[in-house]
Design a protein around this ligand. Structure first.
Ligand code: DQA
Length: 145
């Protein structure tokens, strides 16, 4: 059986394609998820996609994944910068995960430089657009996620 990798997106990422292209590019979320699924197939990884705008739904989805995935690629959107409950849920998921941001969070507003999940993440990638997700899969594949 292929390793299973959860692809988790937080708030407003369902609106990709309509958000400022200079930061987020032009792909819609379904297009991005399809691309990541293809990259997963090429690396013998099964990708399980999920996006929500609701904190509780995100938490309960992660709870349901406990024991069922080998790794995760997580873009929590704005929750990255302040949402401690998301951090706690990722901690209890207890698998290697990569924090990914489409935009260059280090070179935008100061609040985007803060990540409450960074020290839990096995790796973090920002500012590489969709390619960052491919790099995240490479990282997990090398670790046999
Ligand atoms: C984001 C960066 C966050 O600061 C922002 O709130 C997002 C998307 C990114 O992918 O660049 O919604 O995580």
């Amino acid at each position: 059986m292929n390793p299973r990798v959860a692809l988790l997106h937080g708030p407003n990422l369902n609106m990709l394609g309509r958000r400022p292209a200079a930061h987020y590019g032009t792909l819609t979320l379904p297009q991005l998820e399809a691309q990541v699924r293809d990259w997963g197939t090429q690396r013998d990884l099964d990708i399980l996609t999920f996006q929500t705008n609701h904190e509780g739904a995100f938490l309960e989805h992660v709870h349901g994944l406990v024991g069922g995935v080998d790794g995760a690629v997580v873009n929590p959107g704005a929750w990255t910068h302040y949402q401690w409950s998301i951090r706690d849920a990722l901690e209890l998921l207890a698998v290697p995960f990569v924090e990914v941001h489409l935009s260059n969070v280090e070179q935008r507003e100061p609040h985007r430089r803060i990540s409450v999940i960074r020290d839990l993440a096995a790796h973090a990638i920002w500012g590489r657009g969709p390619e960052g997700y491919r790099d995240a899969l490479d990282f997990l594949a090398e670790r046999h996620a």
